[in-house]
Design a protein around this ligand. Sequence first.
Ligand code: RI2
Length: 307
Amino acid sequence: MMEIRGAGRIARTAAAELREHGSSLRYTTLEDFRREMHRAAAVLTETRPTAVSLPNAVRFVISRIDASESLEEAQAALVESADDFIARSRQAVEMIAEFGSRAIPEDSVIMTHCNSEVAVATTIKAWEKGRVREAFVTEVRPRNQGYITAKALSDAGIPTNFIVDSAARYFMRDIDAVITGADAVTAGGAVVNKIGTSQIALAAHEARVPFIVTTETYKFAPGTLLGERIPIEERAPQEVVDDEIAGMMPNVRVRNPAFDVTPAAYIDMIVTEAGGIPPGMAYVIIRDYLGWNCGEWQKNFLIDHQE
Ligand code: RI2
């Protein structure tokens, strides 16, 4: 329903909801508790298919329950792991804002697309350091998240221009850096973010304007190492055209993908809490920060396929 949106908020809310759910019910056995928590985790994970922050947050919490040996231990692990995830997530936003603000060229006019908590925090931090002079914010049809971003930047005192999405290339000549968030990052360093991001990245590439992505490490997608693709959520056509108008165009199918993929080649830097990296280093984040052990997986694969 988009009542909770933004990949980071979605992840923190999932962790908090797992904690509330697990703490609100009475269980008699570890088995029952685990089963119910796995069920709840699956319900949460299915709510939005694209933001990898969601399954990564859920996995972070559930893996500590799975590692517990008694019901009491598992219940305590649930609360601890959820609180731990939320605290790390908040801390990551602060660290990224600090690192990212240093990466923004001095006296910059920046452009951003959609409403990313971490991109907004980075822009405001850079403004406080005197590195940002002005901002351009896109509208972000069809949900208009650009209004939230424009208000946040305006509240921080940043002179802000509000433009329709299709004006991004027109204004690119006035821009010193583009800064966005991410819903997912693949092992190859491609970034999945709000629909329209890749067009802006293309325009920035053409104009030699640096394109900076700000994202917590838990938005990196381990499954892409195994050939999985990030599903792109396609939302209701009514978000784009209301039913009455759609009814006048019986042969028209309204399409509404919520995200697109920006290739690594158009991205200059991905700023994470582990530092600013070139997109080609995404695999290192998956291995070292998400603890995705390819060797372990490979071993299990070989055992399963012995025949
Ligand atoms: P933070 C949002 O998706 C936008 O695509 C935004 O760039 C991204 O999540 C990351 O946001 P949606 O939930 O985690 O609005 O940086 O569809 O807040």
